[in-house]
Design a protein around this ligand. Sequence first.
Ligand code: G1P
Length: 305
Amino acid sequence: MRIRKAVFPVAGLGTRFLPATKASAKEILPVVDKPLVQYAVKEAIAAGAEEMVFITSHTKNSIMDHFDRDYELEATLEAKGKTELLKAVREVLPPGITCVYIRQPEAMGLGHAISCALPAVGDQDFAVILADDLIAGSFQPCLAQMQRVYQEYGTSVLAVQRVPQEETYKYGIVEVEPIGPGLSEIRGIVEKPDPDKAPSNLAVVGRYILTPRIFKILDQTKPGAGGEIQLTDAIERLMGEQTVLAYEFQGTRYDCGSKLGYLKANVEIGLQHPEIGDRFKNYLRDLTDSWGDDEDDSPKQSANG
Ligand code: G1P
């Protein structure tokens, strides 16, 4: 039993990164040298998915172009003997992986975006990856960890993580009953609750394995928080019919939908980078040392302020 299809909802406006995202998709923003969406696709492939389903909008052609072959570029790199770059370009989409693009006519929320995937997904279990939640730094990519849980239990699995109580308003929050280390059955789920109303501080992050029953439920789901059709609301109904698990994954999640999270991802993934990691570390060390010097050198405050 293996998840073969992964859905990437990439139709959002990316307003938090304007003006950078005025003419191109936020999922194309690079972390060091790869766009966010490429990390997401790589993770789906590592978990065994073969068909990538992108839910896009009219401003997202750069995503389609990124995953398309560029024969002219490849021929130029080949002619110039730039084999490493040629390899990097070809690895964007490995052989045997297909991409499907579906337009979401209106930005009506995550639940609506997922419902647009029905013609490509059909009646199979499938994965959802939100590309702006970049997860790195563990023995196995997050979706592959979830796939193991799915193989054992054969049911829907959501990736969850503890967040500070004051941040519950940013996430879907679950109420759970533990069934094993890092694994629980979801008993309740609510989208973006205020901290004093949140059932816990266990937040859903952007990785889901879902059964196709969710499509029928989404069809009947009315707009919820923020006036949008929420995937969280549909999952709440799914729980009434089927077991839905919460899995506390291993790894570090960077919220690349926020500027600070995006910068942290660039710094930490930059430090691991085989080509520039060491030099970047030295640069950061010198930079932070110079802050220390600045503090020492800073003029003393005068007595009258
Ligand atoms: C979406 C989901 C939310 C989830 C979050 C994870 O919210 O609606 O339940 O916790 O992704 O990143 P968004 O961040 O798109 O507002």
